[in-house]
Design a protein. Structure first.
Length: 260
């Protein structure tokens, strides 16, 4: 199985890392669209065009069998159109894990950290409204403009990043939030800081494992045997911080700069 994965930067590698624990005998082609990052502050029309361009590149160059949108913002803006355009392709998106958060919360108070575009998107709004009807919960939503850029610069543990998180998380801590949805694939990279600031036994929900299991199920249905070695190839449209890659995933081939 040949799997294409993309995100606006390196955050989607947290999904790839989860995939390496589940998927075998496959090739993963990851595209970090750093030239156009961050997606969370772009228009839906721009994000859709980036997504179409990357998908066509992965099909033309690597003949992929499956596509993973390792980006909540791209999923919200593009997945419906991509599924209509490429009906024979396995296409899996990334959604904020509100459902598992509702199932796991003890206090009934849930935090959601996400990009502005994800929180404003129809897909997220409908999901939150539908699931909150199933159980009485309070959802504390927090847009995190600038956090993706901090992470992409390698500022994961900088004082500036910690100050941003402190500002965003203080209301959640004061309102007894016990479960936080990481609504962007970059955000697991600052999990330790989030846990420290919350200063409680907070549950952090991100979706890499669920995506991996879903991909395995769909791939198996199409004949994937899930045996043998896994290869990961990383491509980028612009500059990246290699040390961030090394901190997320150990198994990958050379990094390639590409034009899309």
């Amino acid at each position: 199985m040949r799997i294409g994965v993309f995100d606006s930067g390196l955050g989607g590698l947290t999904v790839v890392q989860a995939m390496t624990q589940v998927i075998k005998g496959a090739q993963i082609f990851y595209v970090a669209d750093t030239k156009n990052a961050p997606y969370g502050e772009k228009t839906p029309e721009q994000i859709l065009q980036y997504s179409l361009n990357i998908t066509q590149y992965l099909i033309n160059t690597h003949n992929i069998d499956a596509l993973i949108l390792a980006c909540n913002t791209a999923t919200s803006s593009a997945i419906k159109h991509l599924r209509e355009t490429y009906p024979s392709l396995i296409i899996i998106g990334t959604e904020p894990g509100i459902k598992p958060a509702i199932e796991q919360t003890k206090t009934g108070k849930i935090g959601v950290l996400a990009t502005p575009a994800t929180l404003q998107g129809d897909k997220y709004q409908k999901l939150a409204q539908t699931l909150s009807l199933q159980k009485s919960v309070d959802i504390y939503e927090q847009a995190c403009p600038g956090l993706v850029e901090q992470i992409e610069k390698g500022e994961i543990e900088s004082e500036e990043t910690k100050a941003l998180l402190e500002k965003w998380l203080t209301p959640m801590r004061e309102n007894n939030v016990d479960t936080i949805v990481l609504g962007c694939t970059h955000y697991p990279l600052v999990s330790q800081s989030i846990e420290n600031i919350m200063d409680c036994n907070v549950r952090l929900i991100h979706t890499g494992e669920a995506i991996s299991k879903h991909l395995l199920t769909l791939g198996t249905q199409k004949g994937h045997l899930n045996e043998g070695d896994l290869q990961v190839h990383i491509h980028t449209t612009g500059e990246i911080q290699i040390q961030i890659i090394d901190s997320i995933i150990e198994i990958y081939e050379n990094i390639h700069l590409i034009e899309i």
